[in-house]
Design a protein around this ligand. Structure first.
Ligand code: PEP
Length: 249
């Protein structure tokens, strides 16, 4: 069901002590809210984060997973391993995974099917590169990213999917899509899903915006009708900034 969500993707930042310190600060400062609050620390700190946040409203989620159940995949982590430590939401398709680890639509499709098959919730990231936007190809590109990975799923799968539209040119660059650009793309995404499935699925899916969301621009971005919250990178590493962004929702 459609929800308000603010999720922090910590990427490859924060050691164990720093992770615990940031979680403690967030726990102390986050306001009461109906929105879902999520944080994605690094793999090695996930289990301790889950323990620390046991009675907290903050949910710990994973940044990635492998599609295989187990086996000879050195350095990888499976859905079962995440579930085993109490994590049932995973980010799949982040642009850094696509760019630096060659994760293409085929691999991402396997990951999504694997995660959903295990009963996990998937936060699926996608978005265009700067060249796509400059050439006016951004809608087509986004449509193909959705189609290649998500449109072969059963309609029922959509209740476990959260979308995160993240234009690559806005990630970690300080450059943000304008609230109007975000709204335009989110509305396009709902229309595309409505055509491929139906309007109920399109209306009910949660669509986050990601790309240099900061305390100074969050209110305006979140005020758009098709923007249900944000996936936050850099600003999620600073407690006061993340708290301000949560307050903006
Ligand atoms: C991200 O990596 O998902 C992201 C949105 O990063 P940033 O907020 O730093 O642009």
């Amino acid at each position: 069901m459609r929800a308000k969500i603010v999720a922090g993707n910590w990427k490859m930042n924060k050691n164990l002590a720093e992770t615990e310190a940031l979680l403690a600060e967030l726990s102390a400062k986050l306001p009461n809210t109906d929105a879902e609050i999520m944080v994605a620390p690094t793999y090695v700190n996930l289990a301790s984060a889950v323990r620390t946040l046991e009675s907290s409203k903050i949910e710990v989620i994973a940044q990635n997973m492998h599609y295989a159940e187990n086996g000879a995949f050195t350095g990888e982590i499976s859905a079962d391993m995440l579930l085993d430590i109490g994590i049932d939401t995973v980010i799949i398709g982040h642009s850094e995974r696509r760019a630096y680890f060659a994760e293409n639509d085929e691999i991402l499709s396997k990951k999504v099917i694997s995660a959903l098959g295990k009963g996990m919730r998937v936060m699926f990231c996608f978005g265009e590169e700067l060249e796509d936007r400059k050439s006016g190809n951004h809608f087509k590109l986004v449509e193909s990213q959705l189609k290649n990975v998500l449109f072969n799923l059963e309609p029922s799968a959509w209740s476990n999917i959260i979308l995160a539209y993240e234009p690559v040119w806005a990630i970690g660059t300080g450059e943000t899509a304008s609230p109007e650009q975000a709204q335009e793309m989110h509305a396009f995404i709902r229309k595309t899903i409505s055509e491929a499935f139906d309007s109920t699925i399109a209306t009910n899916v949660t669509i986050l915006y990601g790309g240099s969301v900061k305390p100074g621009n969050a209110v305006e971005i979140f005020s758009k009708p098709d923007v249900d919250g944000g996936l936050i990178g850099g600003a999620a590493l600073i407690a006061d900034d993340f708290v301000a962004i949560v307050k903006a929702i």
